[in-house]
Each structure stands twice: as C-alpha cells, then as structure tokens.
Design a protein around this ligand. Structure first.
Ligand code: GLN
Length: 232
C-alpha cells in the first residue's frame, strides 16, 4: 500500500455513521454512496479493499476511533471545523454543503426566525453542524442520535422542524412519500465543506485521499459520481 500505514493488513478501514444518504447508506446489504465511492478509489490506488465500520456519530468529535486504531479514516459527510481539527487531520474539502430547515408538510415554518416566533420545537442530530448552528442562533434543539432518528422525530411530531444537512434532505425528498410528509424550508448558507479525516499526523494517507479528490475532479470521475449519487 505504498508505505501508507493501515490499521488492518490489506484493508482500508473506514469509520462512518449510517445511514447518511446519499453519502453512505445500505442498499441490498451493502454500504454504498458518494463518500464510499470516492474512498473506494483511494483503496484501489493503495491496492487494498475498503472495509466500512459503522460507529456512533459521537466518536467523530474526538477522533477516538482513529487514535485507538479502529479505523484509518472517517467518511461521514463530515464538515471540516476548527474544533474537529484539534483532534483529527482533514483532507482537502470534497463537497460544499448548506443546512436545510425541514418541517412537516402542514407547517408554515420555513425559517429559523419563524421557528422562534411561532414557539415551535426544533430538532437536530446530536454533535452535528446543524445542531451547533441552531445553538449559535440561540436554540436548544432536541437532540437525535442519527439522521434517520431526526427524520423520524419530525414524522412522529416530537418536533415541528429540524436543521439538517441540505443534500441529505434533498435525497429524502426524492421519495414521494417523504415529499408528501415534509416541507423543505429555506436553505441556510453556512458555507460548510465536507472533508475526510485521518489520525493527526497521518500525512501519507491524507495525501493519498487528497490525490483522489484532485484527480477525480480533473478526470471527470468526481462529476460522474456526483451525478450518480447526488444528482446533476
Ligand atoms: N455535516 C454534518 C456534520 O459534519 C453532519 C454529518 C453527519 O451527520 N454525518 O456535523
């Protein structure tokens, strides 16, 4: 594997948090998605197979799963933040994201200001940038453990609206049943960008990931994967 240190021989071990479509989710018993496809290309370059491990999102805060040698990298639609940079090293950005305000279909709420003035209950996924954005705006959102749980919390009306990554909502709303149940409010331009993370100081693996991001952008591979998993 080109002198890139790996936690398990012959494998590139990726920690993720499922489900996070279209970036990583299970289909026919297999974990697939945009992040998975990009990291498959890294594994291919290293002459190994990608092996994916599902871990709680809480782990991503501290990078514990990297430092303990459980995984070589994390791929989880994860936003690069200064706080996270204290614990892990990030690749170059591979995706630009915003946040979405999602409410139930019968709701009039389309902005956080309306959530506030309408005294609506807000939810978010624990430990995410959506949660911290809501907190920065003075909210104390109900915390859910996964993106799926956030959606379910809204569906079962434990909350009236949620703040969550826009591209994930976009994917959900392609399902007609979801499109009938939920209403997409305003997108919140947080200017955030996703990165893959490695253990601090693992410059070799970070460079191998950066190389794939750069090369796939240059050779059309990135665009093809984007079309396949995210849309035009
Ligand atoms: N992009 C968000 C974050 O990094 C959400 C990631 C996720 O839930 N997998 O906090």
């Amino acid at each position: 594997s080109d002198g890139v240190p790996l936690v398990a021989k012959g494998r590139l071990t990726t920690c993720t948090h499922l489900p996070y479509p279209p970036f990583q989710f299970e289909r026919d018993g297999e974990v697939v998605g945009f992040d998975v496809a990009l990291i498959d290309r890294v594994a291919k370059n290293l002459g190994v197979e990608q092996h994916i491990v599902d871990t709680p999102f809480e782990n991503f805060k501290t990078g514990a799963f990297l430092n303990s040698g459980q995984c070589d990298l994390a791929a989880a639609g994860m936003t690069i933040t200064d706080e996270r940079r204290k614990n892990v090293d990030f690749s170059i950005p591979y995706f630009d994201a915003t946040q979405a305000l999602l409410a139930t279909a019968d709701s009039e709420v389309t902005t956080l200001a309306e959530v506030r003035s309408g005294k609506k209950r807000l939810g978010a996924q624990s430990g995410t940038t959506g949660e911290s954005h809501a907190q920065e705006q003075g909210f104390d959102p109900v915390a859910f453990e996964s993106a799926d749980a956030v959606l379910n919390g809204l569906r079962t009306r434990q909350v009236d609206a949620v703040v969550i990554d826009y591209p994930v909502v976009q994917g959900w709303l392609k399902d007609p049943a979801n499109a009938r149940t939920f209403r997409l409010g305003r997108s919140i331009d947080t200017g955030e960008r996703y990165g893959f993370s490695v253990k601090k100081g693992n410059d070799k693996l970070r460079a191998a990931i950066d190389q794939v991001i750069e090369e796939s952008r240059a050779d059309g591979g990135y665009e093809r994967l984007h079309r396949e998993w995210i849309g035009p």
